[in-house]
Design a protein around this ligand. Structure first.
Ligand SMILES: Nc1ncnc2c1ncn2[C@@H]1O[C@H](COP(=O)(O)OP(=O)(O)OP(=O)(O)O)[C@@H](O)[C@H]1O
Ligand SMILES: [Mg+2]
Length: 292
């Protein structure tokens, strides 16, 4: 039997309302998967660029990173058009960006690299500017890489969704706290993820407290949401008061005895089990396909 890679084409997008804990989760989960021996590429799609700091890169190194969307030379090299000067210009719509991780990926540790993409603020819906063409190509390319797990941290809200999720992300972690507004964004995100065909949609209730657990129930009743149907699985992560002292490098929590980390391990177990199952199904389908 052929040697099976432990992780193949494993891509997860992390989404949710502002401030619910997406970047904290993405950075800790990236490190945690890396510690389990999985090669991880953490990608930052948030123009705020918090992920490098959350992953614990030295501040001088993190602050020197330029997002791909802010790199006019690379955008011009690949698309043939310089940002801001491309009005009316013809540019390559599907540039080859296979060099992007090699050139712009930042090594965090042996198993973990970081790619800061940035986001283009769109002047008009569907703006066909060279920055967008470049980022779309990068997302397309990431969807084809099968040598590592890719975790994509996104900016708050759901505007970015169509672009990110239509490119082969198989799982979505929708992060929320127990507030009505965050749950409403989570619901919207999950509906979009479902429409885009994301195979496994997780709800991660961050800062979860038992005393407040009826808030999820109350939200579901008030909005007519069937949470069991909307989400494939619901995880909870408790408040972790030590983040305040640890930040920006919140991944240091992994070396400590923490219920947050225990919860994150359960999320990782679930993601990996689902991915294994998906691979087995795909392998079986491949064998069946061979028979015609
Ligand atoms: N479980 C938790 N317990 C306590 N504090 C937390 C927890 N999760 C995240 N935080 C804190 O909440 C704040 C917001 O977290 P984070 O930056 O990860 O959110 P975000 O969703 O990425 O925000 P944004 O939408 O601005 O990108 C940070 O100060 C972080 O340390
Ligand atoms: Mg963030």
């Amino acid at each position: 039997m052929q040697h099976m890679r432990q992780v193949k084409g494993f891509r997860v997008v992390i989404t949710g309302k502002g401030g619910v804990g997406k970047t904290t989760l993405t950075s800790c989960l990236s490190r945690l998967l890396g510690q389990r021996g999985i090669k991880v590429l953490a990608a930052d799609e948030d123009p705020q660029m918090n992920l490098p700091y959350a992953l614990g890169l030295p501040v001088d190194q993190a602050s020197a990173i330029v997002a791909l969307s802010q790199n006019p030379d690379y955008i011009e090299e690949k698309t043939g058009a310089r940002p801001g000067k491309s009005f009316g210009a013809l540019f390559r719509l599907n540039p080859n960006v296979e060099d992007v991780v090699g050139r712009f990926g930042v090594r965090v540790d042996d198993n973990l690299s970081l790619l800061v993409m940035g986001t283009v603020v769109q002047a008009a819906a569907g703006c066909l500017c060279s920055e967008n063409v470049l980022l779309d190509s990068v997302l397309n390319y990431l969807a084809l890489r099968d040598e590592e797990a890719i975790l994509l941290d996104t900016q708050a809200g759901v505007e970015h969704f169509g672009r990110a999720l239509s490119k082969g992300f198989s799982q979505c972690l929708v992060v929320s706290d127990l507030s009505f507004n965050a749950l409403a964004v989570a619901r919207h995100a999950a509906e979009l993820a479902r429409q885009l065909g994301i195979a496994r949609i997780h709800l991660v209730v961050n800062r979860y407290r038992d005393e407040a657990k009826d808030k999820l129930q109350r939200f579901a009743e008030a909005t007519g949401t069937d949470t069991q149907q909307l989400f494939d699985v619901i995880h909870t992560l408790p408040p972790e008061p030590r983040f305040e002292a640890l930040e920006p490098d919140v991944t240091r929590i992994l070396g400590m005895d923490s219920a947050y980390v225990a919860g994150l391990n359960a999320v990782a177990d679930d993601m990996l089990a689902f991915d294994r199952q998906r691979q087995e199904l795909a392998a079986n389908a491949g064998n069946e396909g061979g028979k015609g």
